[in-house]
Write a protein that binds this ligand. Structure first.
Ligand code: SAM
Length: 380
């Protein structure tokens, strides 16, 4: 037996050689950062609601997430922990006792629990192996209005377009492996959720979206109403067109809007990604509240501060970003320092900010041809 110390709790799990879905009870120490941010986000949401909240940890594993939610978030009402594995649930129960917290346990297939518990939870957390896509329809049916949905996806190779077919199959969208594919991956995931929710007259408002290590994570507020759902799709679903020859790109809003096929800059055939979410993926106010609340004794506090600060700045930035090295590779020149480019863009009146998606990325409203000229000037 192994004893794990994380946050304010300790859990016991069976010994395992490597982190894998084959382990008898799943526990991944690398996801502490994910769980720490979740605690902060859920606490922020609880404070906004200003009442006790019911949480469902739908893929409980060892119980670590649900137990931490109960122990570390103030004003939780009930925390439900579910897992399809009887062994996982038996460990989660023992771990709850070990930490002296009372939880409600279910040993059920996630879709079945969701179908049986419509309108019960204020927060549903989906942290499955690989893709969350198999559960999105059930969560759309089940989740109540004014709630929060947290989603982890670890099938980043599908979302980022390493292989196209799995993305089309799971998310009904065409990916493209560009330098900003982690951003399009997150947008494909959000778009897929928004389109599925619209069937149930529900719509989403992204609060925080990040791509970290091997996974993507979303925090979405859920609202209800047919007219607002229609409006949300109209304003937020679209496509991204990209020219791999000159790096021109543009986001096109609207489901039925016609999509240009030829690059207006160089005449090359364009790559089309989507349908995906082209609306905002960060919410300034929510992230600011999380930043102010990050006094909690979370061991990843400094990394969280860094991520939240970047996501806060990114909140109103344009869709996609330029990877400076990729741009310079196309231009066949060596890359100037990132800060030098950022400062010049700002001095010339453009928006220019870093992105959490890529340490070499710049989000800017400067068009690609002008950006190339500016970079060239800086190298000469
Ligand atoms: N949330 C956990 C944490 O933070 O440590 C990790 C969860 S782990 C990635 C995924 C869990 O989902 C496993 O424990 C597995 O047994 C469970 N699982 C897999 N398929 C499921 C399904 N269809 N319904 C419910 N649980 C499922």
């Amino acid at each position: 037996m192994k004893i794990i110390d994380e946050g304010l709790i300790k859990i016991k799990i069976p010994e395992f050689d490597k982190i894998s879905s084959e382990a008898p009870v799943f526990y991944n120490p690398n996801m502490e950062f994910n769980r720490d941010i979740s605690i902060l986000a859920l606490q922020t949401f609880q404070k906004e609601l200003n009442r006790k909240i019911a949480i469902c940890d739908l893929f409980g594993g060892s119980g670590i997430r649900g137990i931490r939610y109960k122990k570390e978030i103030t004003d939780t009402d009930e925390v439900h922990v579910n897992d399809i594995s009887p062994l996982a649930i038996s460990f989660a129960k023992k771990n709850a006792e070990y930490n002296d917290v009372e939880l409600t346990f279910h040993q059920n297939e996630a879709n079945i629990l969701l179908r049986q518990s419509r309108g019960v939870y204020d927060i549903i957390d989906i942290d499955p192996f690989g893709t969350p896509s198999y559960f999105i329809d059930s969560v759309a049916y089940s989740i109540k209005k004014n709630s929060l949905l947290c989603v982890t996806a670890t099938d980043t190779s599908a979302l980022c377009g390493t292989y196209k077919e799995p993305c089309v199959r799971k998310y009904n969208a065409m990916p493209y492996k560009s330098e900003y594919c982690h951003e399009t991956g997150i947008r494909i995931l959000i778009g897929f959720i928004a389109l599925t929710f619209a069937k149930y007259k529900k719509y989403i408002i992204p609060q925080l979206s990040h791509s970290s290590m091997h996974y993507m994570r979303l925090y979405l507020k859920i609202k209800k109403g047919s007219a607002s759902s229609d409006e949300s799709l109209k304003n937020n679903i679209g496509h991204i067109i990209h020219c791999r020859k000159c790096s021109y790109r543009k986001s096109i809003t609207g489901i039925t809007t016609s999509i240009p096929r030829i690059c207006p800059e160089c005449g090359e055939k364009l790559k089309i990604t989507g349908p995906l979410w082209v609306g905002l993926i960060q919410n300034k106010e929510f992230i600011e509240k999380m930043m102010n609340d990050n006094s909690k004794i979370l061991s990843t506090k400094n990394e969280i501060d860094k991520l939240l600060e970047t996501c806060y700045k990114e909140s109103e930035a344009p869709v996609t970003f330029y990877d400076v090295h990729e741009l310079c590779r196309i231009m066949k020149i060596s890359a100037p320092k990132l800060d030098k480019i950022l400062n010049t863009l700002i001095k010339e009146g453009y928006l220019a900010i870093k992105t959490h998606f890529n340490p070499l990325g710049i989000k800017t409203d400067c068009d690609v041809q002008t950006l190339k000229k500016i970079i060239k000037r800086l190298v000469n």
